[in-house]
Design a protein around this ligand. Structure first.
Ligand SMILES: Nc1nc2c(c(=O)[nH]1)N[C@H]1C(S)=C(S)[C@@H](COP(=O)(O)OP(=O)(O)OC[C@H]3O[C@@H](n4cnc5c(=O)[nH]c(N)nc54)[C@H](O)[C@@H]3O)O[C@H]1N2
Ligand SMILES: Nc1nc2c(c(=O)[nH]1)N[C@H]1C(S)=C(S)[C@@H](COP(=O)(O)OP(=O)(O)OC[C@H]3O[C@@H](n4cnc5c(=O)[nH]c(N)nc54)[C@H](O)[C@@H]3O)O[C@H]1N2
Ligand SMILES: [Mo]
Length: 768
């Protein structure tokens, strides 16, 4: 079997020279080698901007520049010299642009002018900011209820932009806040809120220096949180165990050459990171964690029977938790058969892992999309919390629960009020501050908003960043939903598919990016603030010249729309847009934890938001850390696929050359794939069984029970090391297969990591 041309050498390790070389290429290709490189030196520095790449924390000590290949790509992509000017739109109709790929669209460069859609010519035409604000305000005010408008947020928006946005939208009269987090870490928020009383992680970066064991579940940090690899590597070097659960063997998690380490770079050496790598089945993590807990209980009994001290933290369990007995009963009632067949791991493996857990004084557990994008994600995360409670691994140095966030400020956006189900306390405090009543009805999340757009009850869509049409499931339906709107507005840095599905009235409003200097009318540079995965809030100020003199900041754009829609009686929008200190003062007055905001955020590393769990105070219903005692799912999609010939479960993940729907390039270096994204990774035995060879083209057909036909055409199969019955491919190309109707229990998150599919091979394709 010859190797297809797009399958090449896999990098021996993540990071290293490959990463450096790739960075150089990215900076050159972005058309901005110099500004890009200069900008990189300011990323995550006390006086620079927050890297838009990911939400991993910044080190406390020293200001040494932390090198990260994918951070370079994110910065270079924004700092490009290329521009999408009005003449670009004049020479391409929207219908024509819809045929371009995301990669081709974004590669054209930065948006420069406010644009309005003209249906007659099917093009976007240049307009003025004032005309845009006036018309947007008029359409919003013409709707028969504020609940007919949807206000989407993507997680790059700063705290200040997000706060001004939610304030405007609530004064307008709705809580319709579909948010990228609905497709991302929603399950973590819901589960942690129930388990520990706060929907965020409990660790700080320093905890990684103290932990004896770190469980990394369902994430690919080599690509998506490269700076985390540095922390894992340092932990591994000082002897901490790093146990990975991932169906796919991800290079970055196996070995890592540190680009900051000169010796390793010169010798080509690399250090192993994961001491333990377990290829759990898709959706099998709850079973795996339950298996470990079962083994921990057994080890504890054996220890006590032998007259040794208990392996559980009884002090913590008695004083701080509730529900242990029910949980223990649920664990006892779960059979090893079920655990093994659902997790795909053997009893012996799980007992071995339990051994690591009980010999570790301090344990951290991290997770991301491999855990959150399943039907039973909330139950899985609660199981992780249960497991960690057993030995008091929360609220103690070197321990904790660590959902690793996606977008660089997705956590901060939530903190400052982007929430379709706001707490009563928050609304009360807004009412007290502004002296007007706030909407109390719960609003729409992403799935709710799409439903409302489809059934005609929503008629306007505003997007503060992001790429709603491509990030959401069932791409064909979303296109219909957006096109049916009376108004669509996208505040964005780069052109994407969501902008090419205009409603009756449609605008693209170009904004400044993080890397750019944001000066007010008097020429005073403004800073914004963001919150990372460790709840650290810090300042971010751009250093590059704006991509176009026409650009406005997100805050100024929202302020403009707000003034034209709700007027300036209650809030002086113009004043806020000229001085972000005033926005921060409002945040400090209406949201707990932000006292002295303006002062504290100007300290080099900012400040950490109060986290009650650190003090072992639990804002749960029981006022304790709360065990759950759910059953395992009766059958996961993976089990279903294994039981039926020709059926597979597909996960949609990220390549090394993309940022969500932004595609930087067509390579996936760590997985050895070059120049091609329409591929699907399949286990070699499965390939043989279906009679296909690496490189063959197939169609992937959705298999959801709702009878809707979903087909992803002409993908190439690649033989890969992943469990039988499961396959993997890239988002967003495969979103056509993700059914809108399949969402997480309690989280409503699309199940992007467990989509049932079948394949159609060449002959069958011809016949179809
Ligand atoms: N460069 C770059 N950085 C990014 C992003 C990006 O696109 N590019 N996106 C940002 C955002 S918004 C987010 S949310 C994060 C995403 O960060 P990740 O969660 O790392 O993103 P994915 O690529 O979706 O990777 C999911 C990983 O989980 C594994 N997995 C899938 N299903 C299962 C399962 O059932 N069990 C287990 N144990 N593992 C499973 C997959 O094999 C894969 O390794 O990264 C952020 N950072
Ligand atoms: N099948 C499948 N679907 C998924 C996922 C998956 O794993 N599988 N992951 C989900 C996850 S975790 C997430 S977070 C969502 C992401 O969903 P989104 O956040 O909606 O998508 P992005 O691709 O991050 O948005 C990219 C666009 O943001 C704009 N942009 C970039 N920087 C800025 C800025 O500074 N300001 C403004 N205003 N705009 C800017 C640019 O125009 C760019 O085209 O997708 C989800 N969808
Ligand atoms: Mo995300």
């Amino acid at each position: 079997m010859g190797k297809p041309e797009f399958v090449g050498k896999k990098s021996k390790a993540a990071g290293g020279w490959g990463a450096l070389k790739s960075c150089g290429k990215k900076l050159l290709a972005s058309g901005a080698p110099l500004t890009g490189a200069a900008a990189m030196l300011k990323a995550n520095q006390p006086d620079g901007f927050d890297c838009p790449g990911c939400a991993w924390g910044d080190p406390e000590h020293g200001s040494s520049f932390e090198f990260c290949e994918n951070g370079v790509k994110a910065v270079a992509w924004e700092a490009t010299d290329k521009r999408v000017r009005p003449d670009f739109f004049n020479s391409h109709t929207v219908t024509e642009l819809r045929r371009w790929t995301d990669y081709e669209l974004e590669r054209e460069g930065r948006l420069t002018h406010p644009m309005r859609y003209d249906a007659t010519s099917d093009t976007y035409l240049e307009t003025t900011w004032d005309a845009a604000f006036t018309e947007i305000g008029a359409v919003l005010n013409s709707l028969d209820s504020p609940d007919r408008a949807e206000f989407y947020t993507s997680g790059r928006a700063s705290n200040e932009a997000a706060y001004v946005y939610q304030l405007f939208v609530r004064l307008y009269g709705t809580n319709n806040f579909p948010d990228c987090s609905n497709m991302c870490h929603e399950a973590s928020g819901v589960a942690l809120e129930q388990a520990i009383g706060i929907g965020k992680g409990t660790v700080v970066l320093e905890d990684f220096e103290k932990a004896d064991a770190i469980f990394v579940i369902g994430q690919n940090p080599g690509t998506n949180h490269p700076r985390m690899l540095g922390d894992l590597r340092r932990a591994a070097l000082r002897g901490a165990k790093v146990a990975v659960f991932n169906p796919v063997r991800e290079k970055g998690l196996e070995r890592f050459a540190d680009p900051q380490d000169k010796i390793e770079m010169l010798t080509g050496g690399s250090k192993p990171i994961a001491s333990e790598y377990y290829q759990v089945h898709l959706g099998g993590d709850m079973a795996a964690v339950r298996g470990m807990a079962k083994a921990v209980f057994a080890l504890d009994e054996a220890a006590r029977a032998a007259g040794n001290p208990s392996l559980l933290d009884h002090g913590f369990l008695e004083q701080h938790t509730s529900g242990l007995e029910h949980y223990r009963a649920a664990v006892e009632a779960t059979s090893w058969d079920d655990i093994e067949s659902q997790s795909g791991l053997s009893r012996a493996e799980l007992e071995h892992l339990a051994g690591i857990y009980v010999s570790s004084e301090r344990t951290i557990c991290t997770w991301a999309m491999g855990v959150t994008q399943h039907r039973h994600s909330v139950a899985t995360i609660r199981e992780i919390a249960n497991f960690m409670f057993l030995r008091g691994n929360v609220g103690r140095p070197g321990t904790g629960l660590c959902p690793v966030r996606g977008h660089s400020n997705v956590q901060g956006d939530r903190t400052v009020g982007i929430n379709e189900k706001p707490s009563r306390a928050f609304l009360d405090s807004l009412e007290k501050e502004f002296g007007v009543s706030m909407p109390r009805r719960a609003g729409h999340n992403v799935i709710g908003a799409i439903g409302a757009m489809l059934d005609g009850s929503a008629q306007a869509f505003i997007g503060l960043g992001g790429n709603f049409a491509r990030a959401t499931p069932d791409s064909a339906l979303i296109a219909k939903a957006l096109r049916s709107q009376k108004l669509t507005v996208n505040i964005a840095t780069k052109l994407n598919h969501s902008h090419l599905l205009p409603g009756e009235v449609s605008y693209i409003l170009p904004c400044l990016g993080r890397t750019e200097i944001d000066r007010n009318a008097k020429g005073v540079a403004q800073i914004v603030t963001v919150e990372d995965s460790m709840s650290m809030v810090h300042g971010s100020g751009g250093i590059n010249r704006p991509a176009s003199p026409q650009l406005r900041s997100e805050i100024a754009i929202i302020a403009g729309i707000a003034a034209a829609t709700v007027g300036s009686d209650v809030v002086d929008w113009a004043a806020l847009s000229q001085n972000y200190d005033l926005v921060r003062d409002l945040i400090a007055r209406t949201i707990p934890g932000f006292h002295g905001y303006n002062e504290r955020v100007r300290k080099p590393r900012g400040f950490r938001l109060y986290n009650a769990v650190e003090h072992r105070v639990w804002h749960t219903r029981t006022r304790k850390a709360t065990f759950s005692s759910a059953h395992l799912p009766r059958e996961t999609e993976h089990q279903q696929a294994l039981g039926e010939h020709g059926l597979f479960v597909l996960q949609t993940f990220r390549s090394h050359d993309q940022y969500n729907t932004t595609v930087y390039g067509l390579d996936d270096r760590y997985r050895g794939v070059y120049g091609e994204r329409r591929i699907v990774f399949v286990n070699p035995d499965d390939l043989a069984e279906i009679g296909a060879e690496s490189g063959d083209r197939i169609d992937i057909v959705g298999h959801h029970e709702d009878g809707v036909e979903r087909i992803a055409e002409s993908f190439r199969v690649v033989s890969y090391d992943l469990p039988r019955g499961s396959v993997a491919g890239y988002y967003p190309e495969l979103n056509v297969l993700v059914p809108l109707a399949s969402a997480g229990i309690e989280s409503d998150t699309p199940t992007s990591k467990s989509v049932l599919v079948t394949f159609r091979l060449a002959e069958q394709r011809k016949a179809a």
